[in-house]
Ligand binder design. Sequence first.
Ligand code: FE
Length: 228
Amino acid sequence: MSDQHRHDPDQSYNENDAHDHGNGGGAHHPDAPSEIEARTLALESLLIEKRILTSEDVDRVVSAYEHDIGPMIGAHLVARAWLDPGYRRRLLKDAPAAVRELGYEYHADTRLVVIPNQPGIHNMVVCTLCSCYPWMVLGLPPTWYKSAPYRSRAVSEPRAVLAELGLQLPDEVAINVWDSSAELRYMVLPERPAGTEGWTEEELAKIVTRDCMIGVARPQLPALVGTR
Ligand code: FE
């Protein structure tokens, strides 16, 4: 089976790709700032000086990413979808509405599409252009997600990239690679593993890692890990 590189034909890349990076970090760092931290601090100072934002705004965003926004949101969505077929349908049809249904915020400026893994079809997410990521449900992206090798090789040789990240897929499993953009972000809905029958939503959410929702891992049962 051939691996496919999916891209929504309606979405064109934007030169001014409005990114979710750049808000975080640096402001309270005890060491001398790196070049990128110094640039961030300079930008922050300028925005505060021009009264475009306040330092409280910055602190609020940093705190949100440290405490409130992260892969636990995505894991909650996945666990609910595994338990509730009606919720799964709503999540796949209108992900932002399904996020809000569980009590989380979702700003309407970025589309979110959830792609379900199925028997014989595995999905993974990349941003080939830069680092667009479903941050409203997964928090900040891992460093490797933003790296040039992942961004190019996820498309040219996804099976090899997955194997290097520890996910060996049989040849008969097709891999779809979804290319994110500033306006359209993807999250993978992993398959519920066998052996989780009767588990609660909280128990299920614990095995849904960030990497499972990027599509570079599959949920693992802790008991199995322990017996190997
Ligand atoms: Fe990007």
